[in-house]
Design a protein around this ligand. Structure first.
Ligand SMILES: *Cc1c(COP(=O)(O)O)cnc(C)c1O
Length: 359
């Protein structure tokens, strides 16, 4: 068996130590005589796993008790609808910033529940930059302001938040736990697990408790944030095995030194790759350097007819899933927390050799 460097945007690489621990505990979790997959979600064993995952996430992100941490199903895409369904109750409009493909999907769902006020968009610049926050036309009577601080497909990331009295709702699916954030500046943070947290099947929703009063009783029970919070994510059977793996990933991240330590590594990884791309006339990245994503690095080849050869040869060299999103083409290297510096160095070495052979 040999493991390759996996640059998939999601479901993405997991730390090998986590997979090994899950393997070791697969048949008999901590003497329970069963796998986590076979346990009642109401058992004391599973309740301890859920409590541990929640406590670790709260420590890693310094989440205070003003917030509920929910472990839900349906992925981030379900939350595109579930958030406006819960939070626009009693409001006419919701504000959305449009920075790319995932913003667009969130806007599309929100329109089913409220009037959407797009406060700014970089569509005209083909989403290579972020609107100037001073130009945003935020309706301060809206239900919230939604943002996607890391556009996974475009490879665009921003860390500042606009100045507003509205609760900020952020889709952090592809950047959560990769850099320090101040949770207290957000009303809701949500993130599908399969990028930086664990396997697909669980989505994390961190919601400020005062927003729970907006959830109407008329919502489907499993969509009702207030109900899910009151039942500690156990209104029905939660995705138990995915939560268990998320807990192991959080444990691994704590052992790495937490978010601050992994952020330092993430900065070095992204810097090395962008520096190499910028130094070469053979590769290019279109994003405004101020907003380049540390997690998803798209790049093109000067001669696009070499793309399929690039993918074939990189795969053979043990560098997996470098194709860009089907909507944009080109290449994309997703370098989440679980990607070690060595993987990025191996990619750069390959790119340099490929350029030598074909440039
Ligand atoms: C992957 C991703 C999603 C979609 O997640 P699903 O779990 O597939 O619904 C949404 N937003 C962002 C930013 C993503 O990267």
């Amino acid at each position: 068996m040999s493991r390759v460097y996996n640059f998939c945007s999601g479901p993405a690489a997991l730390p090998e130590a986590v997979l090994k621990k899950a393997q070791a505990e697969m048949l008999d979790w901590h003497g329970a005589g069963v796998s986590v997959m076979e346990m009642s979600h109401r058992s004391t064993e599973f309740m301890s796993i859920l409590a541990s995952a929640k406590a670790r996430l709260k420590r890693l992100l310094s989440i205070n008790d003003d917030y509920e941490v929910l472990f839900l199903q349906g992925g981030a895409s379900t939350l595109f609808a579930q958030i406006p369904a819960n939070l626009t109750n009693g409001f006419e409009t919701a504000c959305y910033l449009d920075t790319g493909a995932w913003s667009i999907k969130a806007i599309k769902e929100a329109k089913k529940y409220a009037k959407v006020n797009v406060v700014g968009s970089t569509k005209e610049q083909n989403y290579t930059s972020v609107p100037a926050f001073s130009d945003l036309e935020i309706d301060e009577k809206a239900a919230y302001l939604h943002l996607c601080p890391n556009e996974t497909i475009g490879g665009l990331e921003f860390s500042e938040l606009p100045d507003t009295s509205l609760p900020i709702v952020a889709d952090l699916s592809s950047t959560i736990l990769s850099r320090k954030i101040d949770v207290s500046k957000y009303g809701v943070i949500y993130a599908g697990a399969q990028k930086n947290i664990g396997p697909a099947g669980v989505v994390i929703c961190i919601i400020r408790k005062d927003l729970l009063v907006r959830s109407s009783d008329r919502l489907p029970t499993l969509w009702n944030f207030a109900n899910l919070a009151a039942n500690d994510s156990m209104t029905n059977t939660p995705p138990t095995f995915a939560i268990y793996l998320a807990d192991l990933v959080f444990e691994w991240l704590e052992a790495q030194g937490g978010v601050e330590a992994i952020e330092a590594i993430n900065i070095r990884k992204a810097q090395a790759l962008y520096d190499y791309i910028d130094s070469s006339a053979f590769y290019a990245n279109p994003i405004d350097p101020a907003y380049r994503s540390r997690m998803n690095v798209p790049f093109t080849l000067a001669d696009s007819s070499l793309e399929s050869l690039f993918l074939k040869e990189s795969e053979a060299a043990g560098l997996r899933t470098l194709a860009g999103h089907r909507s944009v083409g080109g290449m994309r290297a997703s370098i989440y927390n679980a990607m070690p510096m060595e993987g990025v160095e191996a990619l750069i070495d390959f790119m340099r050799a490929f350029e030598k052979r074909h440039g």
